[in-house]
Design a protein around this ligand. Structure first.
Ligand SMILES: [Zn+2]
Length: 319
């Protein structure tokens, strides 16, 4: 496999595909991501998250997740000449070596499991390889980041979910999780975890971002942080965010955690605005260029742009 595979650990494009306002294979002026833009941005591996909208929670979360997974897989099937789902590390090797984009299925919000481990196992069988345990609100696994002072941690069911995901070989995503939930996951998991789209709280004190101790804990755990481009999580100042703010977060996290634990987690199509210079998936390669200008070596840039994510995927996902 090439050394410079580019991986993005989070996007919300499935909802746009489901609304029918975009076709994945057509270059669009809408939103942030489609196959032509991924190609132009040199993205090789894209995690597509299924986000369950409020009106489906909690009772119809499973139903909605299934509907959205079907939507994504159906769109991919029509375009297997350029994009394909990857279920194991070997799939990523094969798909990217054919110059195609590898897609990893994810669910954003453990509501989709609806409190049953058999649903988790069914999702795994359907090809889901990453689950963000909570969105911002409380669910039966833990509290989300809209409960910043929550002491609830992982529930009994939440602990079972973490252990079952460890057993199945699925990536546990702590983005959106409350701090108490985060520390319980660190204590409970036997595998490295991911924060698929979160930034540094020190640089931007937002409850969706990670405090320094959390960043260090992810590094000690062998996991990874996907730096996100959402302006609200980049700068607290009242100004327009730019690509350099993304670089600042990457640089800060690398200095704090080490070069092996930082990657990309755009949140394309999960927010309205994007930073100047990084307005869509077609601009992702510019992050590599900016890091080179900052003096990062080629091998360090490769790690940030994709290799760290690949290492984590290879380690956690059962072959
Ligand atoms: Zn999110």
């Amino acid at each position: 496999m090439r050394n410079n595979i580019v991986c993005d650990a989070h996007c919300d494009t499935v909802l746009a595909l489901n609304r029918g306002d975009r076709k994945i294979e057509e270059l669009s002026s809408q939103g942030h991501l489609d196959i032509p833009r991924l190609k132009k941005g040199m993205v090789d591996v894209q995690v597509f998250a299924v986000y369950i909208e409020q009106q489906y929670k909690p009772k119809r979360s499973l139903h909605r997740a299934l509907q959205l997974i079907d939507c994504l897989l159906t769109e991919l099937e029509k375009n297997y000449d350029s994009i394909e789902p990857a279920y194991v590390f070997g799939d990523i090797e094969r798909i990217t070596s054919q110059n195609k984009i590898a897609v990893i299925l994810a669910i954003e919000g453990g509501e989709a499991i609806e409190g049953k481990l058999y649903n988790l196992r069914i999702f795994h069988r359907l090809g889901v390889r990453l689950i963000t345990l909570t969105w911002n609100q409380r669910n039966d696994i833990a509290d989300g980041s809209s409960h910043p002072n929550s002491k609830r941690g992982l529930t009994t069911f939440g602990r079972k979910v973490v252990k079952e995901m460890n057993r199945l070989g699925m990536l546990i995503d702590v983005s959106h999780l409350s701090e108490s939930g985060f520390w319980d996951v660190i204590k409970t998991t036997s595998q490295p975890i991911i924060a698929s789209h979160s930034n540094s709280y020190t640089l931007c004190p937002h409850r969706r971002n990670l405090k320094d101790e959390q960043v260090k804990a992810i590094a000690e755990n062998g996991g990874m942080i996907g730096v996100t481009y959402v302006p609200d999580f980049l700068t607290a100042e009242k100004r327009k965010a730019a690509i350099d703010d993304v670089i600042n977060h990457i640089d800060y996290l690398v200095k704090l955690a080490g070069i092996d634990f930082v990657g990309l987690g755009s949140d394309f199509d999960g927010c309205e605005e994007l930073p100047v210079g990084l307005e869509g998936a077609d601009k992702v390669y510019k992050i590599g260029e900016k890091l080179a200008q900052k003096g990062y070596t080629e091998s360090d840039i490769d790690k940030i742009m994709g290799k760290n994510f690949l290492r984590l995927f290879q380690q956690v996902i059962n072959p």
